[in-house]
Write a protein that binds this ligand. Structure first.
Ligand SMILES: [Zn+2]
Length: 330
């Protein structure tokens, strides 16, 4: 968990939380509300660490307290997980039992309830009772995609903190911090809407391979070789894998967009800046109209793909269109 990246990704939520710490006006129950992939759980761990870390710059994320929070082994931190389709009364009772144990350490106790809107009515009532009991240093963090599904009495007892979808650039930053390469991080951040999905895409190792194939095709065009033959040489196995083809058309589409960005001098938007030489050569070779025309063809393939067209044939036609670039100039 990178605090700076988290703070950057969820500025508003962090401002709310850090202000309550500063003003010493902590609520005993929070609802962190936002879509999946908005790092609500990370923020909840940050909150727990902020309460338990003894360092002056708290949370330091490095001391014994912080490390036990990160590993979720701190006795004063309890996480209620969604085990099946709903959270039941017994899950809340287990939390209460755990927090009544004397083995807990001095200081604040924090519990996190994941997918809190999935608590059934019995669980919600049990939680409500627990919230109503006075516990001076107990803090509840309810994570939810839709807080309105919870009892109004729970909602009114909690402070709601909204979490927003991560921007492309903050997904990219997170991926870079996790050690992914620049081109791959940026590409994945444009191809997927959440950090989890972007990571899943990168961890399915073939993204790198698909970038290589796309670059080989454009490089062939830049050096007056055949894109069609390059596709067949480099990507012979590609068409046996429907999912790969699906991702590949996206990769090509983004590469093609980079040519357009190059043409209109909008280099900041480029994903494949590492291939700038190839991109610039192609920008000299092709007109803007033609680049847009090919992009449209790529997008058409993507749409038609759902109708089970012959992808190999569609790609062959596309490669031929790319090769004919100059003929289209006029
Ligand atoms: Zn610490």
């Amino acid at each position: 968990m990178e605090i700076d990246a988290l703070r950057e990704a969820q500025k508003e939520a962090f401002k709310t939380l850090e202000n309550s710490f500063k003003k010493n006006r902590l609520s005993h129950a929070y609802i962190f509300e936002g879509d999946a992939g908005t790092m609500k759980f990370d923020a909840a761990l940050f909150f727990a660490a902020k309460l338990l870390c003894q360092e002056t710059q708290s949370p330091c994320m490095d001391c014994k307290q912080c490390n036990r929070i990160k590993n979720m082994t701190h006795p004063n931190l309890y996480v209620v997980k969604l085990r099946k389709t709903e959270i039941v009364k017994e899950d809340i009772k287990a939390l209460q039992t755990e927090f009544s144990k004397t083995a807990l350490e001095e200081g604040p106790k924090i519990y996190i309830i994941e997918s809190a809107e999935r608590m059934n009515a019995y669980a919600q009532n049990a939680l409500l009772k627990f919230l109503e009991e006075p516990h001076s240093e107990t803090y509840a963090i309810l994570l939810s995609e839709d807080a309105n599904k919870m009892l109004p009495t729970i909602q009114s007892r909690s402070q709601r903190v909204p979490f927003h979808r991560l921007s492309e650039s903050s997904i990219e930053k997170h991926l870079l911090q996790e050690g992914f390469e620049q081109t791959q991080a940026r590409l994945a951040s444009r191809m997927r809407a959440t950090l989890e999905d972007a990571k899943a895409l990168l961890e399915d190792v073939y993204l790198e391979e698909l970038i290589d194939i796309a670059h080989a095709i454009y490089d062939a065009l830049a050096t007056n070789q055949s894109a069609l033959i390059t596709l067949h040489n480099e990507a012979d196995q590609l068409f046996n894998d429907k999912e790969k083809v699906d991702v590949f058309i996206d990769v090509l589409t983004h590469y093609q967009k980079d040519l357009i960005y190059g043409k209109i001098n909008n280099h900041n938007q480029m994903i494949f800046a590492e291939f700038i030489e190839t991109i610039e050569t192609l920008c000299e070779k092709y007109s803007l109209n033609y680049l847009i025309h090919v992009l449209e063809r790529m997008l058409t393939i993507k749409v038609r793909q759902r109708n089970h067209i012959n992808m190999r044939l569609a790609f062959d036609n596309l490669m031929i269109a790319l090769e004919r670039g100059e003929a289209y100039e006029k």
